[in-house]
Write a protein that binds this ligand. Sequence first.
Ligand SMILES: Nc1ncnc2c1ncn2[C@@H]1O[C@H](COP(=O)(O)OP(=O)(O)OP(=O)(O)O)[C@@H](O)[C@H]1O
Ligand SMILES: [Mg+2]
Length: 246
Amino acid sequence: MTLAAGGMLLEATGIHKRFNALVVLDGVDFSVRANEAVGVVGPNGAGKTTLLSVLVGAHAPTAGTVRLRGQDVTALPTAERCRRGIVRTHQIPRPFSGMTVFENVYAAARHGGALGRDAAYARAAESIATTGMVGVANRRAETLGLIDRKRLELARALATGPTALLLDEIGGGLTDAEASELVDVILELKRRGLAIVWIEHIVHILLRVAERLVCMDAGRVIADGAPDKVMADPTVIEAYLGGGAG
Ligand SMILES: Nc1ncnc2c1ncn2[C@@H]1O[C@H](COP(=O)(O)OP(=O)(O)OP(=O)(O)O)[C@@H](O)[C@H]1O
Ligand SMILES: [Mg+2]
């Protein structure tokens, strides 16, 4: 099914998540439209990664609903949501070690993207080119430096053929120049029509991509809107200064 640009793509409503007694998400509403780029900020422990995990189905919410193109996907496993076009990268890269970059990306295209051999090969080659990994395609994943491990996270996600790409601190630990290279790749993906949800602490790189910012604190969305308004919001400034775990 195609979706007009600007139509609602992914929508989470009333999301609660508890880990035993710990309330991590406390009534979160979050949405992203087709081809929209949304930045997610907030202090450490705010619940950002957990929200992403709920969106892709890695964690079941204690309460609330996740819809993809209007369809309730709350009960669907990650693999099925991935086939429907929603995929995430991890805060700590998770390549298959013992496999080359190409093999990693090919596996994502085969299994995450549910493609046959030839189509998966072509998709993997394309994803590797887009993310600037041609020069390291035959290296074993565990031998890569941080920037290439981040690129590999992106290439594997891309190889599944997403319509929504959810990025968890893909800029973390990189130099400004390296982060800037990744931003160029992410902007290219946005130009191709992907919706982007990007959790990032390095706000100035996030702002090159995000048209809208969502700020979370203590399991709640405390601001949602134009980036300059959100960054100037006293509640947001207080969340960072008051800085719980951060
Ligand atoms: N699987 C889990 N079991 C128990 N507690 C968890 C689990 N995952 C996360 N938490 C707790 O939930 C809270 C929110 O964690 P989360 O990783 O979502 O925050 P975050 O906003 O992504 O933080 P950071 O900016 O540090 O990545 C933290 O207190 C964390 O310890
Ligand atoms: Mg996190």
